[in-house]
Design a binder for this molecule. Structure first.
Ligand SMILES: [Fe+2]
Length: 135
């Protein structure tokens, strides 16, 4: 017989939903960087084009670790990918997503998961450094 109470079961179902939502948003954000990579033109765009692909590699690796380690802890997750468009102002889009992840990472309670988030967020900050300062 299960030792979980009804309320702890519904709490863990809510956590799984929140986790799946954030992971879907992260996957969609990674894809948005690819849309920017393909759409970018003009002065300084080659450096940005390359920086975006470097960041995508880092972020996809961290995302894969996040999803797989989370599934190891919580079981199957129902991840849905939100519709993704190329943003008009890509620096603002990237800065906004960084802040969003920072405000949501408390959903994940394991310390090693926080460390994967650090890798993810470091990749986003490194990208912002390159986009804003290197031409
Ligand atoms: Fe490419």
């Amino acid at each position: 017989m299960s030792t979980q109470t009804a309320s702890s079961q519904s709490k863990s179902a809510t956590v799984k939903k929140e986790v799946a939502r954030l992971l879907g948003e992260i996957f969609a954000f990674n894809n948005s960087l690819k849309l920017i990579h393909w759409g970018i033109t003009g002065e300084g765009s080659y450096a940005a084009h390359i920086s975006l692909d470097q960041a995508i590699d880092t972020l996809q690796e961290a995302t894969d670790s996040l999803v797989e380690t989370t599934m190891a802890s919580l079981g199957d997750l129902d991840i849905v990918l939100p519709e993704t468009k190329r943003p008009a102002n890509y620096v603002k889009h990237i800065e906004g997503f960084y802040d969003h992840v920072e405000s949501q990472r408390h959903i994940f309670t394991e310390t090693f998961t926080q460390s994967i988030f650090d890798d993810y967020q470091e990749g986003v900050k490194q990208l912002l450094f390159r986009l804003k300062r290197l031409q």
